[in-house]
Design a protein around this ligand. Structure first.
Ligand code: ZN
Length: 250
């Protein structure tokens, strides 16, 4: 670790201690050490040549649930045995110490928590719902129904295909979660962005809300983001090592 990074860690520790309200914003990068590849990593295997924009689209779920679930079931399977990694644990530690008030995430992998407020902007694989009658089912039960259905479609007791409680392409974000994330970003003295390239709306807009309201933005993410120039601290190293150093410096 170079001097710049050591200085950055010390500065971030100081800003975090000084903040009345610090909020974390996380993206795919925090789940990479759990073995979940970033969405932009080239895909391999069965679905290598499939466009998720097409097959994981809400229209695909409506039109052809069997094809949708063939794809999404594969995704479930690749996510359901994953465990929180050290970066998730360190974030929980910051929450436990009262240094982070809430976590806003783009991730659907349910690896955050359990501590404090969690806003899952894109939903989560933890459950699936029936849009016809409103019943919802936990992941294990969805998996069981998926395995048992002759067409590989997990169905509600009413017979309709279930939809995962994640925001599919072509769907709106959950309004309550979105408004809560925006109000947390406006209120935050420090928005701690971890493992997100901050490219995708609405996550990409949240740092601007914090900055405009007079708060600070810190970035712990490998690779450039469009807020690097506005950030009070930018840590560009290994995400676990950076967070480990941060917690040690507090
Ligand atoms: Zn139903």
């Amino acid at each position: 670790m170079g001097d710049a990074s050591v200085g950055g860690v010390a500065l971030l520790a100081e800003r975090l201690r000084a903040a009345r309200s610090a909020v974390a914003l996380t993206g795919a990068g925090i789940s990479v050490p759990s073995g979940i590849p970033d969405f932009r990593t080239p895909r391999t295997g069965l679905w290598a040549n499939v466009d998720p924009m097409e097959v994981a689209h809400v229209d695909a779920w409506r039109r052809d649930p069997a094809r949708f679930w063939a794809f999404y079931g594969h995704r479930f399977q690749s996510l359901r045995d994953k465990r929180p990694n050290r970066a998730h644990e360190l974030l929980v530690e910051l929450e436990r110490r009262g240094l982070v008030d809430a976590v806003i995430t783009q991730n659907i992998d349910r690896l955050h928590g359990p501590h404090g407020e969690l806003i899952e902007l894109h939903g989560s694989i933890a459950s699936s719902s029936c849009l016809a009658c409103g019943r919802f089912y936990p992941l294990g039960e969805v998996q069981r129904r998926l395995d048992e259905d002759p067409q590989g479609v997990p169905r509600c007791d009413c017979g309709r295909p279930l939809k995962p409680d994640v925001v599919l392409f072509g769907e709106y974000l959950p309004q309550v979660a979105l408004e809560r994330a925006q109000s947390l970003a406006v209120r935050a003295d420090l928005l701690l962005c971890i493992g997100s390239s901050l490219e995708v709306w609405p996550v990409g807009e949240l740092p601007a809300l914090t900055l405009r309201a007079g708060g600070e933005v810190a970035i712990v993410t490998q690779g450039p983001t469009r807020y690097d120039g506005d950030a009070v601290v930018k840590l560009d190293g290994d995400i676990v090592a950076d967070l480990e150093a941060l917690v040690a410096a507090l």
